[in-house]
Ligand binder design. Sequence first.
Ligand code: 5GP
Ligand code: ZN
Length: 115
Amino acid sequence: MAMADCIFCKIASGETRARIVYEDGDTLAFSDLNPQAPTHVLIIPRRHITGLSSAVEEDGELLGKLQLTAVKTAKLLKVEDAFRLVTNNGRGAGQSVNHLHYHLLAGRKMLWPPG
Ligand code: 5GP
Ligand code: ZN
């Protein structure tokens, strides 16, 4: 069920435009509006999940699909040899949109620890 005030639900339904890189029935990959690397794509489930810590046992297959979507997207963008996949869970960890998303980052040197 789409959440009325959720920007990523609106992108998933097509109500809000985004530069979509890959999509299937369950997941969607689109360019981040404020990129932090030459490649910065967000990977989301179409279905609203508030964040990773809100996922339950029944979401296991969907969580797996999100990672496979990240790999498909990395291959489409030819960055599969060097990318970072990260989720910010909770405001204290930097989460600003409360719809589960993974950041796919590539195209520059990645620092560790990420900060
Ligand atoms: P978070 O801060 O929750 O980890 O990541 C949210 C990301 O969503 C940010 O990188 C931000 O730039 C991106 N973002 C926020 N609003 C929009 C939007 O309307 N469209 C797109 N494409 N990205 C957005
Ligand atoms: Zn949502």
